[in-house]
Design a protein around this ligand. Structure first.
Ligand SMILES: Nc1ncnc2c1ncn2[C@@H]1O[C@H](COP(=O)(O)OP(=O)(O)OP(=O)(O)O)[C@@H](O)[C@H]1O
Ligand SMILES: [Mg+2]
Length: 243
């Protein structure tokens, strides 16, 4: 359902991704790991159509989004939700308006319907009753959870998580991990998780890919990663990458 082929992406003169291939099946949960600055967020943005590759194809459900016009692309984007690494909430909107943003902009729903869905999603991320708060009054972890509620507001088939548990306390982190698994099991959401958090990888991912030298290494599983034939995977799981 997601197929990236021969992707090349540079910023100015710096090559970030080179001849990268990645196929993700419907309903899969994969994790992408790798050193800071190696291009993980860039990869998620390419899948979401927020960056275009210099060459290569990004096929979502059979459609190559690389050459799409904005209007078509917006339609495909509705199938996807992205939890931004930084939260990226709109400061001029309150929590309820942030979570309901995609619904209001793209779907013909009444205000009551939007409110109902927003409350449901706030409940899921354990932020019930915070609809009237301003994003700037929330902690980093709370902003992350509101970002997640916004990403899943329109019930996407694909969800891209950029560091979903970083900066959360252990209990909240576990709750978010459980939520990621629940969204996958109950709604069959295909999930791509960029993370440095070992607990998240081991508890949630079916396959783990390490991004290094502009490419993805062949994947490991939570069981196979300890004895990977690649030193990079073993180093990561033993407690941190050499960067
Ligand atoms: N819009 C942009 N314009 C120019 N350079 C960019 C842009 N976005 C990312 N980069 C550069 O591309 C490289 C990869 O960035 P990216 O954010 O994808 O890394 P990352 O793997 O997500 O890192 P981290 O783990 O720190 O979040 C970095 O060197 C970054 O400076
Ligand atoms: Mg990043």
């Amino acid at each position: 359902m997601i197929k990236l082929s021969n992707i090349n992406k540079s910023f100015d003169e710096t090559v970030i991704l080179k001849n990268l291939d990645l196929s993700i099946g419907k309903g899969e949960i994969i994790a992408i790991i790798g050193p800071s600055g190696c291009g993980k967020s860039t990869l998620l943005r390419l899948i979401m159509g927020l960056h275009r590759p210099d060459s290569g194809s990004v096929v979502i459900d059979g459609d190559d989004i690389v050459s799409m016009r904005q209007k078509e692309l917006n339609k495909v984007r509705l199938k996807m939700g992205l939890l931004f690494q930084s939260g990226a909430l709109f400061d001029s909107l309150n929590v309820e308006e942030n979570v309901g943003f995609t619904l209001k902009e793209n779907l013909k729903l009444s205000n009551e319907e939007i409110k109902f869905i927003v409350n449901q999603k706030l409940d899921l991320v354990e932020m019930s009753g915070r609809g009237n708060d301003n994003p700037s009054d929330l902690s980093g972890g709370q902003q992350k959870r509101i970002g997640l509620a916004r990403a899943i507001a329109a019930d996407p088939q694909i969800i891209l998580y950029d560091e979903p548990t970083t900066g959360l306390d252990p209990i909240l982190s576990t709750n978010i991990e459980n939520l990621i698994v629940k969204l996958n099991k109950d709604f069959g959401m295909t999930s791509v998780i960029v993370t440095h958090q070992i607990s998240t990888i081991l508890r949630v991912a079916e396959k783990i890919y390490l991004l290094k030298d502009n490419k993805l290494l062949p994947p490991e599983t939570p069981d196979s990663i300890y004895d990977s034939s690649y030193e990079e995977y073993r180093q990561f799981i033993r407690g941190g990458l050499k960067t």
